[in-house]
Design a protein around this ligand. Structure first.
Ligand SMILES: N[C@@H](CCC(=O)N[C@@H](CS)C(=O)NCC(=O)O)C(=O)O
Length: 314
C-alpha cells in the first residue's frame, strides 16, 4: 500500500484516446505507474467519489490529490517529474499555448468523424452518452449532421494532418526535433483515434508517409512500466492519505476568487455533466484546486485546468 500512496494511479480504459495521450506522456517521462480500469459508460461509482462527480477519462490520482483533464495531468506530471522535459525546445510556451487547439477544436472534429462515420452501428447507449457529451442536447440531429457531412469533416482534418506531415518531412523523429515532446502525445491521440476507430482512417492516413513514420516512433515510446490495481485499492489510497500537492493562491484572479470560496467547476460545454463542488484551496493562472471532504475518504483535493472549465460560486 505504501508504494501506491505516493505513485501515479491513472483511472482509464484501454479504448480512450485521451487516456492514450496521457499513457504516451507517461511513457515520455519513463515513470512507473498503476492503472485502474474504469467503465466506458456511467455510472462510475468507484471514480466519482474521488472526483466529486467529474466522469470523463482519464483522471490521475496521487494519494488524495485528484487531477481531472489531461491538461491538468500534463502540468502536474511536468511539475513532479521534470526530466525528461515535456517541451524540449525553446518554443515550449508557444507550443503549449497553441496546443489548446489540438485538445479543443481538433479533438472535437475527430470525435465527430468517428461518431458520424459509425452512424447506426454505434450501440444505442454509447451513442446516447457520447452524443449528449460531445454534441449537446440536440445530439441525435448532431450525429446525423456528422454522418451526412462526413466528407466536409474529413476535409477539415486533412489540412492540419498535411501540415504535420510537412513538419516531419526533414526526417526528424518527433514534431519539434529528435526528442519526444508532449505535443507528440497530443497529436498522437488524434492519429490513434482516427486509425483505430474510423473505418476510413487507415486509407486517409496512407497519404501522409512522414506522419506514419512518426506514429511508429511514438508507438515505440511505450507507456512506461505499469501494472493493474483495483478500484478498491485506489479508494483505500485516497482514504489513507492526506492531500499534499503544493498550493498557491493567485491574488489577481479574474473571477476575484479567494481561498475558502465555495465553487462549482464543470467543463464549459453543454455536455450534461455534473459540476464538482468544493472550497477553493489553490488558484493559479492555469489551475484551480478545490477541497472536498467525505466521511469515507476524508479530505480530497480535486485539481482542474482553468482553460475549458467554467467556475461558478456555489
Ligand atoms: N478535456 C478532457 C477530455 C476528456 C474526454 O472527453 N475523454 C473522453 C474519453 S477519450 C471521455 O471522457 N469520454 C466519456 C467517458 O469516458 O465517460 C481531457 O483532456 O481530459
Amino acid at each position: 500500500m505504501s508504494d501506491y500512496q505516493s505513485s501515479v494511479l491513472l483511472h482509464n480504459y484501454p479504448q480512450s484516446p485521451v487516456a492514450e495521450k496521457v499513457r504516451v506522456a507517461i511513457g515520455i517521462k519513463g515513470i512507473n505507474w498503476h492503472s485502474v480500469e474504469i467503465p466506458r459508460l456511467p455510472p462510475k461509482p468507484m471514480l466519482t467519489p474521488l472526483t466529486g462527480g467529474y466522469r470523463r477519462t482519464p483522471v490521475m490520482q496521487i494519494g488524495s490529490d485528484i487531477y481531472c483533464d489531461s491538461q491538468c495531468i500534463a502540468l502536474e506530471l511536468e511539475r513532479r517529474f521534470p526530466e525528461p522535459v515535456f517541451f524540449p525546445s525553446s518554443e515550449g510556451p508557444l507550443i503549449w499555448g497553441l496546443s489548446r487547439l489540438v485538445d479543443g477544436s481538433l479533438f472535437d472534429l475527430v470525435v465527430k468523424i468517428v461518431l458520424g462515420s459509425a452512424g447506426d452501428e454505434l450501440p444505442q447507449d454509447f451513442a446516447q452518452d457520447r452524443g449528449r457529451l460531445y454534441l449537446g442536447p440536440d445530439w441525435a440531429a448532431g450525429l446525423k449532421a456528422a454522418h451526412d457531412g462526413l466528407p466536409h469533416l474529413v476535409s477539415q482534418l486533412r489540412t492540419p494532418f498535411m501540415l504535420l506531415d510537412q513538419q516531419l518531412s526533414d526526417g526528424r523523429s518527433f514534431l519539434v526535433g529528435d526528442k519526444p515532446a508532449y505535443i507528440d502525445a497530443q497529436y498522437y491521440c488524434l492519429y490513434w483515434f482516427i486509425e483505430g476507430r474510423w473505418s476510413g482512417g487507415p486509407e486517409f492516413l496512407s497519404q501522409f508517409p512522414n506522419l506514419n513514420r512518426w506514429a511508429d516512433a511514438v508507438k515505440s515510446i511505450g507507456h512506461g512500466i505499469h501494472d493493474i490495481i483495483s478500484a478498491e485499492t485506489a479508494l483505500e489510497v485516497a482514504g489513507s492519505t492526506t492531500p499534499h500537492a503544493m498550493l498557491e493562491i493567485d491574488d489577481r484572479d479574474p473571477l476575484s476568487l479567494k481561498a475558502g470560496d465555495v465553487v462549482m467547476v464543470c467543463p464549459d460545454v453543454d455536455g450534461g455533466e455534473e459540476p464538482v463542488t468544493g472550497s477553493v484551496v489553490g488558484l493559479t493562472t492555469e489551475t484551480i484546486t478545490i477541497k472536498r471532504s467525505t466521511d469515507e475518504l476524508g479530505d480530497i483535493h480535486v485539481h482542474f485546468p482553468r482553460v475549458g472549465y467554467l467556475i461558478t460560486r456555489g
